[in-house]
Design a protein. Structure first.
Length: 365
């Protein structure tokens, strides 16, 4: 049995336990992406709750890279100061925090974009959001890659302990990886080497911006869980290449938003449905040298401890929305299971008023 409370290292970053707060969009920024003080308070509470590493909700690297309203931005230097309040709050509470960086590409809605055209590898209509997407020019590709580097530098300047690229769930990096959304016939499309080029160049830009010793890691879709999409074999190839380039860890997720019930945030009705991407995480672990984090439906201590025999850490999202202090209670010996029912309604709450548990709010009414 793996022990949840054994320290480990993500690159140069020493972490006290094997529990990671998976990136969770909070909806706690101003319309221009500047994080509000409420975000610092929320993540400070999480740090007090004892999770080993907090990964922030996705922060967009260029002004047209937003996915959801009131999402955190990291696309201009003026955001560094407000972001530093967030990392400070976590550090004051004894925690560690990495900033997740993203460009949503075509996975958004035009009405949230104040006039920006949605862009992606190819001119298609988004399968879930229904909006038309314009194919990116080579100049646009080069600029977005540059923005990943600049955003990573801002994360470091704002005092974050690391930066995670969002390479999963149907956002821009995943759009380039997936044959469903990448129909290009230039060097950014075609076989997996072409489809991986954008991901690898975004990683390289981030790495160059922060230097060899600063933790840079990635959340990678192991497959799209959709017909015609990214498959595990291709994801393993990407994982191997990132590993060879020095990525500090891979968080193995899967599914795209358009995959419906096979999306990244699935229902978990019992222990047998926990860790629904564990097999994929194990396959990635066998292919790389860097640590591998498994995300997707982790709930109970026994299941997590069993998984830690095979992988390095587990990441948890929805249960920590409801009970940010669950890790501390487990550390004190509790065996309790989370009260989260995995309904996923916290995302709607985050969009309306900022991240909170929908069930808790319903009780208050
Ligand atoms: C409210 C909400 C917000 C999320 N925001 C993000 C995000 O910003 N970045 C990301 O990579 N995944 C995001 N996810 C996906 C989670 O990080 C996680 O991969 C997924 O929910 C499975 O973990 P869980 O079963 O512990 O919830 C979000 C999920 C939810 C429910």
């Amino acid at each position: 049995m793996g022990d949840i409370f054994t320290p480990w290292r993500l690159g140069g970053l020493a972490l006290q336990n094997r529990l990671v707060r998976s990136a969770t969009y909070e909806g706690l920024a101003e319309p221009d992406g500047t994080p509000k003080i409420e975000l610092a308070n929320l993540l400070g509470d999480l740090a007090e709750g004892g999770v080993g590493l907090i990964i922030t909700g996705y922060a967009y690297v260029r002004s047209d890279g937003l996915g959801l309203p009131n999402q955190t931005g990291v696309y201009i230097d003026a955001q560094v100061g407000p972001l530093a309040r967030v990392s400070d709050a976590v550090h004051r509470c004894g925690g560690k925090v990495a900033l997740q960086i993203v460009h949503a590409g075509g996975q958004s809605k035009p009405e949230w974009h104040a006039g920006h055209q949605l862009i992606g590898p190819s001119a298609i209509v988004h399968p879930a959001f229904g909006a038309p997407i314009a194919a990116m020019s080579k100049d646009q590709i080069a600029d977005v890659i540059d923005c990943f580097g600049r955003a990573a530098a801002r994360a470091k300047a704002a005092g974050f302990d690391g930066v995670q690229l969002h390479g999963a769930h149907g956002y821009l990096i995943n759009q380039f990886l997936s044959p469903n959304t990448n129909l290009r016939d230039d060097e950014y499309g075609g076989d997996i080497d072409g489809r991986a080029r954008f991901c690898l160049e975004a990683y390289q830009a981030a790495r160059q911006a922060v230097g060899p010793d600063y933790p840079v890691f990635i959340k990678l879709s192991s497959h799209d869980a959709m017909e015609g999409g990214l498959v595990l074999e291709d994801a393993l190839h990407v994982a191997r290449r990132l590993d060879a380039m020095g990525v500090d860890a891979i968080e193995a997720s899967g599914g795209v938003i358009a995959a419906g019930k096979n999306s990244p945030s699935r229902l978990v009705k019992g222990p047998e449905q926990e860790g629904y991407f564990l097999a994929e995480a194990k396959a990635i672990k066998a292919a790389v040298k860097c640590p591998v984090i498994s995300v997707g439906g982790w709930r109970t201590r026994p299941r997590i401890e069993q998984a830690l025999d095979a992988i390095d850490a587990v990441a948890i999202c929805r249960p920590l929305v409801r009970q940010p202090d669950l890790p501390r209670r487990w550390a004190q010996g509790s065996e309790e299971s989370p009260t989260c029912v995995s309904c996923g309604k916290c995302i709607g709450v985050a969009m309306r008023q900022g991240l909170a548990c929908a069930l808790d709010l319903a009780k208050e009414d």
